[in-house]
Every structure is written in structure tokens, then in C-alpha cells.
Design a protein around this ligand. Structure first.
Ligand code: ATR
Length: 270
């Protein structure tokens, strides 16, 4: 039941109509009996949205494409990791002070750490866009030995310099002895879901394979990895993980992760 005490959370993005965030978070609020509601706003007016947040007393925002970078300079405070990543996906309104966080990074790193210790591990990180950037800084914090491979070499170089890790040409991936391969490119994402970012030869030493893409739930890369006998982590873990971290930041309570995972799986299966 919504009433005068209901706390508001808004998704800000453009477009937002295919977002699973509203269903995932509203089910989570319902499950925990919290008087919160999560609504999607398709907006390109970021500054106005932040003014609204203060004056209408929204408790928090979830921020998505194309606002994650631009919002950083509009907030009152930005968490140090989000400041390094230069992207915010979560805002908390602390009594009028707007504080930004990036929960993508921790979500990816936690999904990995549940399977493997990262310190000193040789990681091939594919991609140099927003997702790769969030993961690269997280890997550096965990002291993994990361090498960035990206279609556009210059972007791999520039991200690696910012993070302080290695970079290399995509063609050299096959001879790179990786213990972990992370796909942070959009290759394999629906509607172009028939492709993989790597040739199956790259998987011959059985690295742990983590695909950030979660539509479809089982990408071609994950299928290749299973056939090759690799352990795998799907993008679902990161998606649910970033949502669970957001839930905690807004409510101060642990998120009902399993319920959130079920909802996301069901929605993606539709
Ligand atoms: P996101 O925020 O999801 O990371 P992004 O910032 O647009 O999205 O980055 C997309 C990443 O996927 C980039 O690393 C991009 O490589 P380029 O820097 O060369 O553009 C990568 N990517 C997209 N399509 C690709 C393709 N067909 N082959 C290889 N890499 C691709």
C-alpha cells in the first residue's frame, strides 16, 4: 500500500522501457515489507531530475545509459571507487546531500570472488567501455594481474593507463595464458546473440569464464566455455549483485537476493 510515508526510488535513463530494475526492486521491497516504491523515468534532463530529487525528497536514484558518466559532476559527493571509474549507477539522498556510488564494480568482483581468489591471477579483460572500466578498477583493487584486450586498441591503452594494468592486441589473446577471461564487451548480447568475442581455442587452458552479458542468460561464450570444461559465471550474477548493493544503500538492509534472482530469471525468460 502506497501512503504518505512511501519512500521513492527512481530509475533515470533513456530509454528505460525494457529495464528489469523496477520489477526486481519492487518485488524486493514487497518481500521485505519495506514502504518503498521504484519507478522508471525516461528522461534526458538530468539536472532537473536532481533538483526534483531534492525538492520531492526522493530517497534514491538508479542511473543508467546515457547518464552514468554525466551525473558524476552534478552530485554533492561521490564514493572514491565511483570517482575513479568516472561512473555512478546509484544515488542516495542523505538529508538533501546527493551521494553517488558504483555498485557494478563490487557486484562483478563479488561474483568472481565467490569462485576464485583474485590476487595475482592472470585476467584477460575483454572490452574498454563502461562495464570494462568498472571491472578493471575492481580487479586492480584485488591485485589481479589484468590485461585489457579491446577491438579499438587505443581505448584499451587509455583504460589500462588510467587503471595501471597491462593491455594488448585482441589478436594476442590466443597466446595469452589467462586464468580468468571476462567478457565486458557487448558481443553476444541480444539481438546479436549468435556471436562470441573469442575463438574456442582461447579456452583450451580452461580459464574461469565470466560473461557480463545477461541477455540471453546463456551466451554463446558461456556455451563454448562449458563445452571446453571451464567454470563459468553468468551476467545474471552481476546484475542481481548490483541491484542487491543498491537495495542496501537505499534501505540500510540486506537485500533478498534469491527472490531478486528468481524475478530477473523469470523476466529474462519471457
Ligand atoms: P558498456 O557501457 O556496456 O561497456 P560501451 O561503453 O559502449 O558499453 O562499450 C562497449 C564495448 O564492447 C567496447 O569495448 C567495444 O569495443 P570498441 O571500443 O572497439 O568499440 C566492445 N564491442 C562492441 N561491439 C563489438 C564487436 N562487434 N567486436 C568487438 N568488440 C565490440
Amino acid at each position: 500500500m502506497l501512503d504518505s510515508k512511501t519512500k521513492l526510488i527512481a530509475l533515470l535513463g533513456h530509454p528505460v522501457e525494457h529495464s528489469i530494475g523496477p520489477v526486481m526492486h519492487n518485488v524486493a521491497f514487497n518481500e521485505t515489507g519495506l514502504n518503498f516504491v521504484y519507478i522508471a523515468f525516461d528522461t534526458t534532463h538530468l539536472k532537473i531530475a536532481l533538483t526534483a530529487m531534492r525538492s520531492l525528497n526522493f530517497r534514491g536514484y538508479s542511473v543508467t545509459i546515457p547518464h552514468k558518466q554525466k551525473i558524476v559532476e552534478l552530485l554533492d559527493r561521490v564514493d572514491p571507487l565511483a570517482a575513479k571509474i568516472l561512473a555512478v549507477n546509484t544515488v542516495v539522498n542523505e538529508n538533501g546531500l546527493l551521494v553517488g556510488y558504483n555498485t557494478d564494480s563490487d557486484a562483478a568482483l563479488n561474483a568472481l570472488k565467490e569462485k576464485i581468489s583474485l590476487s595475482g591471477k592472470r585476467v584477460a579483460l575483454l572490452g574498454a567501455g563502461g562495464a570494462a572500466r568498472a571491472i578493471a578498477f575492481g580487479l586492480q583493487k584485488e591485485e589481479a594481474a589484468t590485461t585489457i584486450f579491446n577491438r579499438t586498441f587505443e581505448k584499451a591503452r587509455s583504460l589500462a593507463k588510467a587503471v595501471g594494468c597491462e593491455y594488448s592486441q585482441f589478436e594476442k589473446l590466443e597466446s595469452f595464458k589467462s586464468e580468468i577471461i571476462i567478457n565486458a564487451t557487448s558481443v553476444g548480447m541480444s539481438p546479436k546473440s549468435a556471436s562470441s568475442p573469442v575463438d574456442k581455442k582461447v579456452l583450451k587452458n580452461k580459464p574461469l569464464v565470466f560473461d557480463v552479458v545477461y541477455t540471453p542468460l546463456e551466451t554463446v561464450l558461456l556455451k563454448q566455455a562449458k563445452v571446453a570444461g571451464c567454470e563459468t559465471i553468468s551476467g545474471l550474477e552481476m546484475f542481481v549483485g548490483q541491484g542487491a548493493e543498491q537495495f542496501k544503500l537505499w534501505t540500510g538492509q540486506e537485500a533478498p537476493r534469491e527472490v531478486m534472482r528468481e524475478v530477473v530469471e523469470r523476466e529474462l525468460g519471457k
